[in-house]
Design a protein around this ligand. Structure first.
Ligand code: CS2
Length: 485
């Protein structure tokens, strides 16, 4: 088992610092593959090159498996970087231990209230905040409701942030900086607003203290990291010469753009290539619209066309053409981004999506559509409408999402939507005939999803119905082929 860095097979890169010589400084919520392939790696580089007490206490909010696997390995795990050449494997040492919050909330609260914790970072997915697009908490959301009733024993993200800050205020110590690393636009500002709203509702003075004292830098994060599979684990065993139950795999590309606002310090993440800027918003929009928007298009169109992995969609020429069109349409909605050539960015994205060594499932990306569509497809579509630009590609992607919502593919096989609003979607579609107009009307009527500036636009209205009708009548593959002509 990988529980020390001794006796690892040759060729594997080891942490280049003494792990025990560094204390912890970060608590991270959401210990999925993405955090372990991204922020934990930048922190590993920073520890090696700049030192400091910046190791990470990881926290799993729901599952206990990752905590068990990683604690048995003293926090160590391997990262396989897979590109066109040979795979490079590296052991990451930045995570010291993992708390499973569902069975050990006290340990989490102790860590949050500890003076050494200077950053609370987050990768918990869009739905785990329970904050709406205006920055208000949604009081009935399952991520919020239980904690509003019982704020001293929180289980949701915002409740945990607020209770951690309350404990620090009570102790008279400085707050930690809150660093949201989820794919949400102006993520720092959004989480700040939601946190202050929650805190104010339970304790007005605490809300004010947070507003006056806590930093919430925004950040854009990027590295395509599929969920680990048995193949990931068996390949890791072969590379390491030992079993690694927490192994992950990722692509060579990595990017992190951060607003430099850390009043209580931060690791030297720039040593691993992070870029610090004053305003992250243009980078976030670029990534959300060009990468994630194309990803969602690929997920719905590709999944319905029988492509299991993103790389399969890129190997299917007509679909690859539709993806390239989408990137151009999305790029046209962006303001210029400092030091970034959008044409080169697009070419690089197409190459990353085609990476033959990365098995990224379209079904994984299709998950949580209602939480992802606004920032990825709806915002740029609204921009396009307001500026008389082409909207067809956005309509094509949303029509494919509508087709996906039916829960049955062109071969008659059924699947779960895996969306927090799944029950509501099913109810809206229940008993409807297989007619594009009825289906589009029903999904457009879901509250707080597709805004009226979009649905009442005539071109949008007609395009959605025309494309969805074709998807229903001719099947996804034929629709793709005629669209690409
Ligand atoms: C993907 C992202 O699953 C998804 O929704 O679009 O996880 C994507 O792979 C990352 O944002 C890449 O940085």
């Amino acid at each position: 088992m990988l529980n020390s860095i001794n006796d690892i097979a040759a060729g594997v890169t080891l942490p280049n610092y003494d792990l025990q010589a560094h204390g912890t400084g970060i608590v991270h919520l959401g210990l999925g593959a993405f955090h372990r392939a991204h922020q934990a790696v930048y922190t590993d580089d920073a520890l090696a090159k700049d030192g400091g007490d910046w190791r990470i206490i990881g926290v799993s909010l729901r599952s206990t498996n990752i905590a068990d696997a990683m604690n048995a390995q003293n926090g160590l795990y391997s990262l396989a970087v897979k590109g066109n050449g040979p795979t490079a494997t590296r052991i990451i040492g930045s995570i010291k231990e993992v708390i499973a919050a569902s069975r050990d909330r006290d340990a989490l609260l102790v860590a949050l209230a500890d003076e050494t914790t200077r950053i609370l970072s987050l990768t918990v997915t869009e739905k785990a905040y329970g904050i709406d697009r205006t920055g208000k908490i949604m009081p009935d959301d399952p991520a919020i409701a239980p904690d509003l009733k019982n704020p001293r024993a929180p289980s949701g993200t915002v409740g945990i942030i607020v209770e951690g800050l309350r404990l620090r205020k009570q102790k008279g110590i400085k707050p930690f900086t809150v660093l949201c690393c989820d794919n949400l636009p102006e993520n720092g500002q959004l989480i700040r607003n939601g946190t202050i709203d929650f805190a104010t509702q339970i304790d007005r003075e605490l809300g004010q203290w947070i507003a006056d004292n806590v930093a919430f830098p925004s950040t854009m994060v990027d590295r395509i990291t599929p969920a680990s599979t048995n193949t990931t684990l068996s390949e890791a065993k072969e590379a390491l010469g030992k079993e690694d139950m927490a192994a992950i795999e990722t692509e060579p590309f990595t990017q992190w753009v951060i607003e430099d606002n850390f009043p209580t310090g931060r690791p030297a993440w720039e040593t691993g290539g992070a870029i610090f800027v004053d305003d992250v918003a243009p980078y976030e929009d670029m990534k959300l619209r060009m990468l994630n928007g194309s990803h969602s298009l690929i997920a719905y169109v590709g999944f319905m066309a029988g492509c299991k992995y993103v790389r399969d969609t890129m190997a299917y020429a007509p679909l690859a053409k539709i993806v390239a069109r989408h990137m151009k349409t999305a790029a046209a909605t962006l303001a210029p981004v400092d030091e970034i050539d959008l044409v080169a960015y697009e070419a690089e994205l197409l190459e990353r999506f085609a990476n033959p060594s990365i098995a990224h499932e379209t079904y994984q990306i299709a998950m949580d559509g209602t939480q992802k569509l606004p920032q990825r497809l709806i915002n740029p579509a609204l921009h396009a409408i307001a500026n008389n630009q082409d909207i067809r590609s956005f309509a094509f992607a949303i029509a494919a999402w509508m087709r996906y919502c039916l829960g049955k593919n062109d071969d008659g096989e059924t699947y779960e939507l895996r969306d927090p609003r799944e029950a509501e979607i099913k109810q809206a579609l229940e008993g409807l005939p297989r007619e594009a107009t009825k289906i589009a009307d029903a999904l457009e009527a879901l509250p707080d999803l597709l805004p009226s500036e979009l649905t009442q636009n005539e071109t949008w209205h007609n395009t959605i119905r025309e494309i969805l009708a074709q998807m229903l009548e001719q099947g996804m593959r034929k629709t793709i082929e005629s669209e690409a002509r």
